[in-house]
Write a protein that binds this ligand. Structure first.
Ligand code: TRP
Length: 463
């Protein structure tokens, strides 16, 4: 059998994993969650979840991957627990579902590069009309999926690692440029205040809950994406410090995305911050409106913004595609170059209903009720996102943590984490990770899973 390949350096792995984590979730999701969750208080809770709960799960996923050198399904089997590989299968299903709708949004963003360059700043009306042009947005989506497949087909070090090492630094530079520009606008400081000065009276169970889901999704956890990336990591690497760096990078980019966006909202609202809670439309509706008020520099700023959004999305779609591809290569013995295009094609087709659910097809726009705070979503994309992000990911995370601590056993996890980290055993970090993986993560994620399914699909709210 051909060798599986692997990351060529520590920095290459960290760039790729951080690239997976940093995506639409950070730049599109995080700011609107902050806006709806009342600002800085949400940020504080989000940070706590990232470090207390998610970081241990991340280290565990990477350790399972590196130990077994396998995709999420093969990994459970390789450890001797074939009857647990349904967790891996569920993860692969989640990856396929997430990529199917994520690619639709990435495709919109790709097309918006050209809308911005052409100076089309029509806000909500324009966006509504845009999502109805099915062949146009479908074509952008197809182009985005093809780019993703092209990167993945080049393999781990030649494709995924190379792309991440190029795109991630560029992304950071472009974002910092945008932040500096945003901060020079009138009323920028009102945006910063809203964003960074916490008002804890805004915290309620729903906010805590969203912060948890956002942290988990943003860090690419719960479906074995990091088991897969971990399977390409060298035994000499220090997993714990890599996981810490990846978490920091992801949080850092999300924070920077807020610094870029809230001053713009401060500017547009004349300091009242009205519109900060713009929801999922924030990026495609509110921001373009703002770019339209910037005068001659508007098209440039708008184009730059959507280019950087696409860069962030691409390193994430690549990681989502790699999971089912690794499965097809390892378990079904299909050549990578062929597996990539077959899997990408299937996922694109699965994404078509998501594409049609914005008014083009009545059925896919209205027939899929899920509950959310203060109302319901009725389109297919929201429905699939609830199934994958809100249900399968917490369940997967709960099962992965429980498995590692109580089935595979803590001492085996410790042994793997200690490889490449000679001082790990006996350290405070080890004790904390053991506690988090044995008790905290299975419990919290299990509860979140049950509560979410009851609420999202049945409208039953227990808190
Ligand atoms: N973390 C990415 C984002 O924030 C999305 C993503 C990529 C993801 N791979 C994943 C989410 C695996 C969950 C699981 O946009």
């Amino acid at each position: 059998m051909a060798p599986r390949g692997g990351f060529s350096s520590r920095i290459g792995f960290i760039a790729a994993a951080a690239g997976s984590a940093v995506g639409l979730g950070n730049i599109w999701g995080f700011p609107f969650e902050v806006g709806e969750g009342g600002g800085a208080a949400f940020v504080v809770i989000y940070l706590m979840f990232c470090f207390i709960l998610c970081f241990p799960v991340m280290a565990t996923e990477i350790a399972i991957g590196r130990k077994t050198q396998k995709n999420p399904v093969g990994a459970f089997t390789a450890l001797g627990y074939k009857n647990w590989n349904w967790v891996g299968k569920l993860g692969i299903l989640a990856g396929i579902l997430i990529l199917s709708f994520y690619n639709v949004i990435a495709g919109w963003a790709f097309g918006y590069i050209f809308e911005m360059a052409a100076g089309h700043f029509g806000g909500g009306e324009q966006f509504g009309a845009y999502t109805l042009k099915i062949f146009k947005v479908g074509g952008y989506g197809l182009a985005f999926m093809a780019t993703t497949a092209l990167v993945v087909s080049r393999g781990i070090s030649g494709g995924i690692e190379k792309a991440a090492k190029m795109l991630m630094p560029t992304l950071v530079v472009m974002m910092l440029g945008m932040v500096i520009y945003s901060l020079t606008l009138p009323n920028a400081m009102d945006g910063i205040r809203f964003y960074l000065v916490p008002d804890f009276s805004k915290i309620n169970a729903g906010v805590v809950y969203n912060a948890m889901g956002q942290a988990f999704f943003s860090l690419s956890l719960g479906m074995g994406a990091l088991i897969t990336y971990g399977s390409y990591v060298n035994k000499k690497e220090n997993i714990v410090s890599a996981a810490a760096l990846i978490t920091l990078a992801d949080v850092g980019i999300a924070v920077i995305a807020g610094l870029m966006i809230f001053p713009l909202i401060g500017f547009m609202s004349g300091g009242t911050m009205e519109g900060a809670a713009g929801g999922p439309g924030l990026i495609f509706v509110t921001l373009p409106t703002i770019f339209g008020t910037l005068g001659s520099i508007g098209p440039l700023v708008g184009t730059l913004f959507f280019v950087l959004l696409c860069f962030a999305a691409l390193t994430s779609t690549v990681s989502l595609l790699e999971v089912p591809v690794a499965y097809a290569v390892d378990e079904l013995k299909i050549r990578r170059s062929r597996a990539v295009w077959i899997v990408a094609g299937i996922i694109f087709v699965i994404g078509i209903p998501s594409l049609l659910g914005f008014g083009y097809s009545d059925f896919f726009s209205t027939a899929f009720t899920t509950y959310k705070e203060g109302g319901t979503d009725t389109d297919f994309l929201s429905f699939i996102a609830s199934v994958a992000n809100d249900s399968i990911l917490p369940l997967g995370g709960c099962m992965i943590a429980f498995f590692a601590a109580h089935v595979w056993k803590k001492h085996n996890l410790d042994d793997e984490l200690a490889e490449g980290s000679p001082n790990y055993k006996g350290s405070f970090v080890q004790k904390y990770l053991n506690f988090a993986i044995s008790y905290l993560a299975p419990f919290v994620l299990g509860v979140v899973f049950v509560l979410t399914v009851l609420f999202k699909f049945f409208g039953i709210s227990l808190f």
